[in-house]
Design a protein around this ligand. Sequence first.
Ligand code: ATP
Ligand code: SF4
Ligand code: MG
Length: 330
Amino acid sequence: MPYLEARDLVVEYATRHGAVRALDEASLTVDAGEVVGVVGESGSGKSTIGTALARLLPGNARIAGGDVRVDGVSLLEMGDDELRALRRDRLGFVFQDPIGTLDPTARIGRQLRWVLGKGTSDATLAAQLERVRLSDPERVLRAFPHQLSGGMAQRVSIALALAREPRAVIADEPTASLDASVRGEILELLVGRTREAGAALMLMSHDLRAVRRWCTRVAVVYGGRVVETAPAERLFAAPRHPYTRALLEAAPGAERPGERLRPIAGIPPVLRGEFGGCAFAARCACAVEACTAQRPPLARLDDDGAAQPDHEVLCHLATVATPPRKERVA
Ligand code: ATP
Ligand code: SF4
Ligand code: MG
């Protein structure tokens, strides 16, 4: 049984212009010991999956369909006390802006005691900070968040997220606001600490190179749907969904000698309700008639006769190895 699971999840945000459907029957699982990367363009629904999995959605959001489960138990059936205990003990969170996420009015030591309990000794708190390789833990315990650099504050956030040894950590672009020079070490620390703790990690990121390096499995999100999932190595070596292919071709560093970087033509959709076809149809170079009329089915790939149960693709042409591609003008 997966530890975290979004099943056919539909989430809508109320806006002045009507409801925005941020997730449209999105399904995703995270098992113990996995590092699952969640990738996709801005607005595709990555953060909404993460916040829905902890039922931390903002007030204007509603879960309009599907289910979210932790350890097999539906969060939709939990009362407030049970949810609070779940978020405190079994899930950890790391967000993009560490200084903004920490309480500006409390010293770091106090914030760690909120998580670990009032009676926790200074030595235990310092040990938590040593585990995230903060070199002067006593000084950091006395500091307020604004006295830390972004990288130090993110180390503190990782310490807070893992302090109660949760079974899963949700990290939403944990290095996006940090200096490029510290991004690699912070990600290495996050993955390393999560592994040491035996927890699962869900990592939302725009950095495909980092996802390739650190993730065991990748989920590609487009228009509120999970359009492809596969073990990381396989996804980067043999992507099947036309959107995944376009995303990898458009990524910095994707150029190969003699090949041009191809931007993805068109803009991502903002869905406003039931949508029958494939959300990528307007931008897809492989689209056929069925794509605008019918919702694509989920295909489990079975390449070369060898079962690939972990490779799932939401596309009418999923089983066609290289669908013919019409050139499009950006
Ligand atoms: P990014 O890469 O920019 O972080 P994302 O993939 O995390 O994007 P989400 O933040 O989950 O995407 O947003 C999905 C959709 O829901 C977008 O259309 C977004 O505009 C909309 N949305 C997100 N949060 C809200 C909100 N609080 N109110 C209204 N609409 C929202
Ligand atoms: Fe392209 Fe059709 Fe597949 Fe959507 S279902 S990605 S439009 S080929
Ligand atoms: Mg986001």
